[in-house]
Design a protein around this ligand. Structure first.
Ligand code: GDG
Length: 471
């Protein structure tokens, strides 16, 4: 959906500002070689764009190309404010501090977090740049909503620059228990940074509790239920706002004749009686090693018959310049190669592994085509894939196997829940979900669908912003 971008320079002043690591647009290249912008796909952008269009909004973020300075521009009714990052900052602030320190530390340290002082220095410098860009663009008394772990210092910096603003912060990933968080050499600065927001949102109540406990124990701040008191006497709140998806959009897509036809084609191509599906960014938090091992054992023992069953795993390429992700890819491909080498037949690998990303309609067709969706992260803030699968099952059929350690498990109680570290338990539950009667699957799926249709991404954004308004 390329729409016209006004190339002329603008000097926006916005009533509502979103600050995120990435801008809400991606570059496009036309056949004649000219480049433009298209709105990024994805739930957050889908939910916020209408609010921003209605409110005179601006989006502050990196545009994705290192060492390139861009002027603000107008796209799709929103002022886009690009923040420049140098090649070294991408390596230190983004790949380093964000993705090799905070990401593993906040996900139960399932990979070792690395602590490097030069990464931290870059993180501070870049956070300051984002805060300054937001301070520049927000109109007097406006609202600024800061997104995620790459920008945890922005709320406090922005508050110092612009005390007139109403500032929200939302963390998309888990917030760890204090035992883990305390390892962080810069723990005080991070807590104070986040607590610069008037309202701090987390995916689950436990994360808000972890955060409030740390403010009390580490910083010696007073807290009362959801409220915290800064040393200057000002107050903020921390609470859970479970994120969701554009449920109606997914449902409509999955029910379209094109997607229905494509789903039938996928089933025919795979030629299996039962299709199990996994869809994840290729990330060590998603539990791929454990999941593939479980399927390997089920195929080897014959409990799943490779002649009748296929396990499709889409592993979307992700963070390929970070070492841990390269190692993960090698491990996964070794595991998949062994299973297929040992048990496959001509044209029929038991594990159909795809290290690719697909358009949204192809994802909807895959969800629609699959009998059992297997979502088994070791730790996950929410997990939108689980909700998308449910939204695409208009016939109230299909089964969802879901890790207890995904934020989504709190809402999707009727899924077949598993502890992904318990491989035997996971194997038993995968079989149980696949063999459940249509009646049992329907009973569970109806309840799941009710939850996901009444709690969509619009409700998430509206609730957060209404509460921010009320603080
Ligand atoms: C973080 C938190 C939290 C994946 N492959 C393709 C594709 N996707 C889409 C999925 C889904 C999204 O990407 C992934 O979202 P998840 O929630 O599953 O996971 P993270 O990327 O780790 O997201 C997570 C989320 O933020 C939101 O707060 O839920 O816990 O870790 O929408 O469909 N989309 C397309 N092609 C692909 O190949 N089109």
């Amino acid at each position: 959906m390329t729409s016209s971008s006004d190339p002329q320079q603008i000097a926006p002043k916005a009533e509502f500002v979103v600050v995120a690591n990435r801008l809400a647009v991606e570059r496009t290249t036309a056949d004649d070689g000219s480049s433009g912008w298209q709105t990024s796909p994805g739930g957050l952008v889908t939910a916020l764009v209408p609010i921003m269009q209605a409110k005179d909004g601006a989006w502050v973020g990196w545009h994705g190309a290192p060492d390139e300075e861009l002027e603000p521009f107008h796209h799709d009714g929103i002022d886009m404010v690009p923040v420049a990052l140098s090649e070294a900052e991408v390596a230190e602030y983004y790949e380093g501090m964000s993705n090799a320190t905070f990401w593993p530390l906040y996900h139960d340290s399932v990979a070792f977090p690395e602590f490097h002082r030069e990464w931290w220095d870059a993180y501070v410098a870049v956070n300051r740049r984002f805060a300054e860009a937001a301070a520049e663009v927000a109109e007097a008394g406006g609202t600024v909503w800061v997104q995620d772990y790459q920008l945890q210092l922005v709320p406090k910096l922005l508050r110092e620059l612009r005390p007139d603003l109403r500032i929200g912060f939302f963390l998309h990933i888990p917030f760890p228990p204090s035992e883990l968080f305390q390892q962080l050499p810069w723990r005080r600065a991070v807590l104070e940074g986040v607590a610069g927001a008037d309202l701090v949102g987390f995916q689950v109540p436990g994360a808000a509790t972890n955060f409030l406990n740390l403010l009390r124990r580490r910083l010696g701040w007073e807290t009362h239920r959801h409220e915290f008191v800064r040393p200057d006497g000002s107050r903020g709140r921390a609470s859970a706002y479970p994120i969701s998806i554009d449920t109606a959009g997914f449902e409509a897509l999955a029910n379209s004749p094109e997607v229905e036809a494509r789903a039938a084609q996928i089933r025919e191509d795979l030629g299996a009686e039962t299709i199990f599906l996994g869809v994840d960014r290729l990330d060590y938090t998603k539990g791929l090693r454990h999941r593939i091992r479980a399927f390997g054992e089920l195929f080897t023992s014959g409990e799943l018959d490779p002649e009748k069953v296929v396990f499709v795993q889409v592993a979307t390429p992700s963070r390929e310049r970070v070492d841990e992700y390269r190692r993960l890819r090698d491990d996964i491909e070794l595991l998949v190669g062994r299973i297929n080498g040992d048990l496959g037949q001509f044209g029929r690998p038991p594990v159909n592994y795809l290290h690719q990303s697909f358009p949204r309609d192809e994802m909807a067709a895959l969800y629609r085509a699959s009998d059992v969706m297997v979502v088994t992260p070791l730790r996950d803030g929410m997990n939108l894939v689980a909700k998308e699968y449910v939204a695409c099952r208009g016939g109230n059929d299909g089964a969802l196997v879901l890790s207890e350690f995904a934020g989504a498990a709190r809402e999707l109680k009727q899924a077949w829940q598993v502890n992904p570290y318990d491989i035997d338990g996971m194997k038993a539950t995968i079989l149980e979900a696949g063999r459940a009667s249509a009646r049992e699957q329907g009973r569970r799926m109806r309840a799941l669908r009710k939850q996901v249709s009444t709690h969509d991404i619009n409700r998430w954004a509206e609730t957060f912003l209404a509460d921010l308004d009320a603080v």
